[in-house]
Design a protein around this ligand. Structure first.
Ligand code: F6P
Length: 751
C-alpha cells in the first residue's frame, strides 16, 4: 500500500503540484502586470475625455467665480464610482476648488505636465490612486489645472479575482489532463504488459500476430524472443554441462522425463546385419556414422529399431515377426527388419535417396538425378516404413526417432496415423541453400513430410538456417526465426541443431595398447618403427575428398622430399553404393590415382599410399587411429563427420594431429584441429607436413582440449538433449489436452 501511494504521488500528484507552482509563480504575475497596464491605459483615456467634458463649463464658471456651480459640477462628476476626487488649481498653484475626497498631500502636483497633461500612479493607504493632470488654457491664457483622481483599488480586487480564476482553471485543466494521461498510460501499459507476458509464455507468435501483438510491442517481440531463446539455450547447455552424459544418465532421463515411454528408431541402415560367408553366418556392423551414433543410444534406451534388412542372411535370423534381439552377444533392444524388393531398393535407396537427395544436399559438384519412377518408390517405401512404425508401436504416443534423408516423408505419414506420437527427425547430412534445394522437383512434398516432425534436428545452426529459408521460399508457413519454429497446417515443428557425436570409450587409459598398435600396424606393413603414418577412414564416397587428399599427399612429398620413403598414408575405404555408376567411377579414379602416386615415388618397396578398400570393423579401425601420427578428414561437404571424433577418442596418449576440412560440421567444434580447405591442395599439403612435424607438447595441448570436448559432448548428450526437448513438448501437449477436455466437460455441464 505505501508503495502504491508513492507510485501514485510520483505519477500523478507530483506533476500536478509542479503545474500549480508554475501557475502561481510565473503565470499569475504575468497576468497581473498585463491587466494593470490595460486598466491604466483605460483610466488615461477616461481622464482625458472627462477633462475635455469639464473644460467648457469651467471656462465659463471660473472667471465668474461661480463656486456653487463648480462644486455642483464636481459632485455630478463624482457620481462615477471610479472617480475618487477632483481639484482645480489656479495658475499660482493653489487648489481653489476641490472635492472633499481630494487628498491634501497631492497638492497641485508641482511638476509641469507634458503636452498639457500628466498621469501617474500614487500609493495611498486606501489603495493606489491614478492621478491625471490637465492644463486648461483660454485664448492662449492659462486658466488653471484640472486634477482628476481615480480610485484603483478595484484593479487589485479584479486582479485577486483573476488570480483565483486562473489558478482554478489551470488546476482543473491540469487535473483533467493528468487523469486522461494516467488512464491512457494505464490502459496501454496493461496491454503492453499482457503482450510481453504472452511473448514470455510463448503464446504470441503461435497464432496470427496481427491479432495478438499490439503494434508498439512488435519491434520488441523479435528481440524478446531471441533473448528468450538464447536464455533457454544457455540454460540448457549449463544444465547439460553439469554432468557427464552416460548411458545411465540417458536411461534415467527416459525414466524420469519420459515416464519410460516407448522409443522407436527408423533408419534405412540396420545396426547389425547377418551375412552368409564361407565360415557360416557372420554378424557385421556397417560403416555408417548414423549407426555409430544411434546404436549406443538404443542400447541405453531399449525399444525397437526398424531398418532395411539388407544382409544376405538377415531373413534367416529373424523370428516370424521379422524381429531379432540385438546386440547379438548381449541383447538390449529389438531390431525389426523391413524387406525391400530389388526394384524398391533401386528406386528408393540408390535412385531417389543417393542419386537425388545425396548430391543435392552435399553440393559436391555431382549433378543430382531425379526420376519420377524413383520418386514413386521413395513414396511407397516411406509408407511401408511408416506402417511398420505404427504396427510396432504398443502405445498411441510413442517417441519416434526418424533418421536421415531416406525418410523425409515418413514423419507426416506417421503423424497421420499416430497423431499423439512425438516425432524427432534427425537429418544426418547437410541442408543446402534454398537455391540449390530448388532443383528438387518434389521439394514441397519433402518439406511437408519433414514438417510432420515435432522436432527436426540438424548438426549445425547453419543447416537449420538453410532449412528455414528453404521452407520460407517454398511453403505457406509461419516461421519464427528467433525461436526456430515452423507452424504449418496448425502443427508446430521445432528446428534445432544437435551436433552428433560418439560414445566415449569406457575402458581405462592403457598406454601400452597404443604402443602395441604402433608396433603391430607398422610390422604388418613392413615399415620401420619410426615410419610416419597418416590415416584416412571413409566410405568410398565422392563427398569425402579422397582424391583431393591424395593430391595433397603428392604435393607434400614434392615440397618436402626428405619425407619420401619415411611417410605413408593408410586409407581405409569401405565400399559403398557400388551399384551406382557415380560410385564405380569414383572408385576407379581413386585406384588409378593411388597407383600413379605410388609409382611416382616408389623405389620398389615404398608406397606413399596404402589403399585398403574393404570393410573394417571398429576395433580394426581404432588400431589404425592409434598407430598413426595424423588423421586426415578432407570432406568436400559433410554434416558432421564422426571419423574426426573417433580418432580423438582413440588417442588415450594425447598425441596425434587431426587435419580437418573446414566443410565438416566437426570443424565448428574442433578448433584445435589443423583446419583446411580441401580444394586448396597446397594448403592441405602444408597442413599435413605441419602435422607430421608438430612438436609433442603442441600435439598434447591440442589433443587434450579436443578430447575433453568430445568426452563432454558425447552421443548421450546428443540424444539426451533431443529427448529432453521432446519431453518438454509432450508435457506441454498433455497439459493442453487436459485443459481442453476439462473445458469440454464444463461446457457440457453448462449446456
Ligand atoms: O552421412 C549420411 C549417412 O546416412 C550416414 O548417416 C551414414 O554414415 C552414411 O550415410 C551411410 O550411408 P549408407 O547407409 O548409404 O551406406
Amino acid at each position: 500500500m505505501p508503495s502504491r501511494l508513492i507510485r501514485l504521488s510520483l505519477r500523478f500528484v507530483l506533476p500536478l503540484a509542479l503545474v500549480i507552482g508554475l501557475i502561481a509563480y510565473a503565470v499569475v504575475p504575468l497576468i497581473d502586470n498585463l491587466t494593470l497596464r490595460w486598466f491604466i491605459r483605460d483610466l488615461d483615456a477616461r481622464s482625458q475625455s472627462l477633462a475635455i467634458a469639464l473644460q467648457e463649463p469651467l471656462f465659463e464658471y471660473v472667471p465668474q467665480k461661480a463656486d456653487k456651480r463648480i462644486n455642483q459640477l464636481f459632485d455630478r462628476a463624482l457620481r462615477d464610482e471610479r472617480l475618487y476626487a477632483i481639484a482645480f488649481c489656479d495658475p499660482t498653484g493653489t487648489a481653489i476648488y476641490k472635492t472633499n475626497t481630494y487628498p491634501a498631500s497631492l497638492g497641485c502636483r508641482t511638476e509641469q505636465p507634458r503636452d498639457g497633461r500628466k498621469e501617474s500612479l500614487v500609493s495611498f493607504p486606501q489603495g493606489p490612486l491614478h492621478v491625471s493632470e490637465s492644463q486648461l488654457d483660454i485664448d492662449g491664457q492659462a486658466l488653471g489645472k484640472l486634477i482628476l483622481v481615480h480610485d484603483m483599488s478595484f484593479i487589485e480586487r479584479r486582479s485577486a479575482d483573476t488570480r483565483k480564476y486562473v489558478i482554478g482553471l489551470f488546476s482543473l485543466l491540469a487535473i483533467v489532463i493528468s487523469m486522461i494521461t494516467v488512464f491512457v498510460a494505464h490502459l496501454s501499459w496493461r496491454d503492453w504488459i499482457a503482450s510481453v507476458k504472452g511473448i514470455l509464455r510463448g503464446e504470441i507468435g503461435m497464432q496470427n500476430r496481427s491479432q495478438t501483438t499490439p503494434p508498439e510491442v512488435r519491434p520488441l517481440e523479435s528481440d524478446l524472443r531471441a533473448l528468450l531463446h538464447e536464455f533457454s539455450v544457455e540454460r540448457r547447455e549449463r544444465d547439460d554441462s553439469t554432468h557427464l552424459w552416460t548411458p545411465e544418465k540417458l536411461r534415467d532421463l527416459l525414466h524420469d522425463e519420459l515416464a519410460g515411454d516407448e522409443v522407436l528408431v527408423v533408419s534405412n541402415r540396420e545396426p547389425y546385419l547377418h551375412a552368409r560367408t564361407r565360415n557360416g553366418i557372420e554378424v557385421q556392423r556397417p560403416a555408417s556414422g548414423l549407426v555409430t551414433a544411434v546404436e549406443p543410444v538404443m542400447r541405453a534406451c531399449s525399444g525397437t529399431w526398424i531398418a532395411h534388412g539388407s544382409g544376405s542372411a538377415d531373413r534367416e535370423t529373424v523370428d516370424r515377426d521379422d524381429r531379432v534381439p540385438v546386440p547379438p552377444a548381449n541383447p538390449s533392444y529389438t531390431l525389426r527388419r523391413v524387406w525391400l524388393t530389388k526394384e524398391e531398393e533401386k528406386g528408393y535407396y540408390y535412385g531417389f535417396a543417393n542419386e537425388g537427395m545425396w548430391p543435392l544436399c552435399h553440393i559436391a559438384h555431382v549433378r543430382p538425378v531425379f526420376r519420377s519412377s524413383d520418386w514413386d518408390q521413395y513414396v511407397a517405401v516411406n509408407q511401408r516404413f511408416a506402417d511398420a512404425v505404427v504396427a510396432e508401436a504398443r502405445t498411441d504416443d510413442p517417441v519416434v526417432l526418424v533418421q536421415d534423408y531416406h525418410f523425409a516423408l515418413l514423419p507426416r505419414m506417421v503423424k497421420e496415423q499416430l497423431p499423439k506420437a512425438t516425432i524427432i527427425t534427425f537429418w544426418h547430412i547437410p541442408w543446402p541453400n534454398p537455391e540449390s534445394f530448388g532443383i528438387c522437383p518434389w521439394r514441397e512434398e519433402i518439406l511437408e513430410g519433414l514438417l510432420g516432425s515435432t522436432i527436426l534436428g540438424f548438426h549445425t545452426p547453419f543447416h537449420c538456417k538453410n532449412f528455414l529459408e528453404t521452407v520460407d521460399r517454398n511453403l505457406e508457413t509461419r516461421i519464427e526465426y528467433e525461436s526456430s519454429t515452423v507452424s504449418y497446417g496448425g502443427k508446430l515443428t521445432q528446428v534445432e541443431h544437435y551436433p552428433i557425436s560418439i560414445a566415449w570409450p569406457e575402458q581405462p587409459v592403457d598406454l601400452s595398447v597404443i604402443a602395441e598398435c604402433r608396433k603391430t600396424v607398422r610390422d604388418e606393413h613392413g615399415l620401420p618403427s619410426n615410419h610416419l603414418l597418416a590415416v584416412g577412414v571413409d566410405r568410398l564416397d565422392y563427398t569425402k575428398g579422397i582424391i583431393e587428399r591424395f593430391q595433397a599427399i603428392e604435393r607434400m612429398l614434392e615440397l618436402h622430399s626428405d619425407l619420401v620413403g619415411k611417410f605413408t598414408m593408410i586409407q581405409i575405404a569401405a565400399p559403398t553404393r557400388s551399384s551406382l555408376d557415380e560410385y564405380q567411377n569414383f572408385e576407379t579414379r581413386v585406384r588409378t590415382m593411388v597407383q600413379r602416386i605410388n609409382n611416382r615415388f616408389s623405389d620398389g618397396n615404398y608406397q606413399p599410399i596404402i589403399l585398403k578398400a574393404e570393410h573394417h570393423d571398429s576395433e580394426q579401425v581404432t588400431r589404425y587411429y592409434r598407430a598413426s601420427e595424423v588423421c586426415m578428414v578432407t570432406s568436400l561437404h559433410d554434416g558432421m563427420n564422426l571419423v574426426a571424433k573417433e580418432f580423438i577418442a582413440a588417442r588415450d596418449d594425447d598425441r596425434g594431429v587431426l587435419v580437418l576440412s573446414q566443410f565438416t560440421g566437426a570443424a565448428r567444434e574442433l578448433h584445435e584441429a589443423l583446419v583446411v580447405n580441401p580444394y586448396h591442395i597446397e594448403q592441405s599439403a602444408e597442413a599435413l607436413h605441419r602435422a607430421l612435424t608438430m612438436p609433442e607438447a603442441e600435439q598434447c595441448e591440442r589433443m587434450r582440449s579436443m578430447r575433453s570436448l568430445v568426452k563432454d559432448f558425447n552421443i548421450y548428450r546428443w540424444a539426451g538433449r533431443m529427448l529432453l526437448d521432446a519431453a518438454r513438448v509432450r508435457q506441454r501437449e498433455r497439459i493442453l489436452s487436459k485443459i481442453r477436455s476439462h473445458s469440454r466437460k464444463s461446457l457440457r455441464r453448462v449446456v
